[in-house]
Design a protein around this ligand. Structure first.
Ligand code: GLY
Ligand code: MN
Ligand code: MN
Length: 429
């Protein structure tokens, strides 16, 4: 790994929070993601299951975590299962974790090699009444792939049909939604790298530059600062392409007079930053660009002012929609007549057609509630946008905030955001 060793307290705390929510006399088992094959004999870059990472900090493939807090033998209350180091495999793919190294990362004292897992389960599974297994429970995207998690569930249920089964995902959704201060310290490092990168990009951008050249600057600055890489495919969208929310081809020229919407974030220590800034290619906003930008910033600031414990994402989105409606009248996108019509409260969605906030953490779109009231400790993005087809313009402004008892802390507070700050950051070219 490129990042410096993390404090294993992060994962020790996360496990104790999970264990506190388990039924008595239960065992929870977590498996790694699959390694996805490419064509030929290659595989895609391995990405660990974010749940397993949250519990252990272990990035290595074929790993498992077993939690059995009521086990009579204390050494089997927490077990990390790893693939046994193999000389031939290591000649091709590099060194795999040794027990001592894994213990330092995860803070789990008992390491068991994967080829002895069956014997371990045989010994302990009948001492438990309940088994917690995991799936990716997402209310916004169905998956039809039989991942390793699903195959493992089939296997367990076939082998141990008379145990009670519980869903780990139900617990994880609530737990992972609240970030501990140790987690936020790591995420702040991802943000700091992203800030440095944004400032470099401001000095780099000029008329005629290609979007992919900006992407290259970003990746270079990320890697030289020990980031694992991009938290997601960077969106570098100049001109009208900024209206495409997931524009990742980054293939076009940035032209004088256009804006560039840049949505990118570093991944550091497994945690993701998620920044969007929209800047003028030539370093100066036109009057109209400034007007629309400031409307977007007003919505952004309003959203931040109401994002606190007690409100649900759904209610918050509705209130931000009201502010967007007001701003869109001011900048001439909507008329009072359009708003007065039946369903006029949704008229703003023609120019702002995505959510305002999502949870952020190990996953860019992280686990957490949308329907229940938000709580202190949650970490969310704030990312309103304005997309105007008739003017071939798209603007989005995205920061990451951590909820306190009565408000929030903007973790991106130091990143240039106003027209004046952005123009000043670009003046050094
Ligand atoms: N870059 C993904 C998002 O902002 O949600
Ligand atoms: Mn983003
Ligand atoms: Mn986002």
């Amino acid at each position: 790994m490129k990042y410096l060793p993390l404090d294993s307290t992060i994962f020790i705390n996360n496990r104790s929070r999970f264990v506190a929510g388990m039924q008595p006399n239960s065992i929870a088992i977590f498996v790694s993601n699959d390694e996805f094959p490419k064509n030929g004999d290659a595989i895609h870059k391995f990405k660990q299951s974010s749940d397993l990472y949250w519990l252990s900090g272990i990035e290595q493939e074929d790993s498992m975590v077993l939690l059995f807090p009521d086990c009579v033998d204390a050494q089997y209350r927490e077990v990390l299962v790893l693939v046994r180091p193999n000389e031939l495999k290591e000649k091709w793919d590099g060194k795999r974790l040794r027990a001592k190294e894994a213990i330092a990362i995860a803070g789990i004292k008992t390491i068991v090699w994967l080829d002895t897992l069956d014997a371990l389960l045989q010994t302990w599974i009948h001492a438990a009444d309940n088994i917690y297994l995991n799936t990716n429970e997402n209310d916004r995207k169905a998956s039809h792939i039989r991942t390793r998690e699903y195959r493992f569930i089939d296997e367990m249920k076939a082998t141990y049909p008379l145990h009670n089964y519980y869903r780990s995902a139900k617990l994880l959704k609530n737990l992972r939604g609240i970030k501990t201060k140790e987690e936020v310290t790591v995420l702040q490092q991802a943000i700091d790298i992203t800030q440095k990168t944004f400032e470099r990009v401001c000095r780099f951008v000029k008329s005629g530059v290609m979007e992919y050249e900006i992407e290259a600057e970003i990746v270079h600055e990320f890697l030289r600062n020990r980031a694992t890489g991009e938290a997601y495919g960077s969106i570098i969208a100049s001109g009208d392409r900024a209206r495409t929310l997931h524009y990742v081809s980054n293939s076009e020229e940035c032209k004088d007079g256009e804006l560039i919407l840049m949505d990118f974030g570093a991944e550091y220590g497994g945690y993701c930053a998620d920044l969007t800034r929209t800047i003028p290619v030539n370093g100066k906003f036109s009057d109209r660009q400034k007007e629309v930008y400031n409307a977007c910033l007003a919505i952004h600031n309003y959203a931040k002012s109401i994002l606190k414990p007690g409100i649900s994402v759904i209610d918050y989105t509705e209130k931000v929609g009201e502010e967007a409606t007001k701003q869109f009248v001011i900048i001439g996108l909507l008329t009072e007549e359009e708003i007065a019509k039946e369903d006029g409260k949704n008229a703003y969605k023609k120019f702002l057609y995505h959510g305002i906030s999502h949870h952020l953490g190990i996953d860019v779109h992280d686990l957490g509630t949308r329907t229940e009231p938000l709580k202190a400790g949650m970490l969310l993005t704030v990312e309103p946008g304005i997309y105007i087809e008739a003017e071939q313009m798209g603007i989005r402004i995205e920061n990451n905030v951590w909820l306190t008892e009565d408000g929030n802390i903007d973790l991106m507070n130091n990143i240039p955001i106003t027209v004046e700050e952005i123009e000043a950051a670009m003046a050094y070219r």
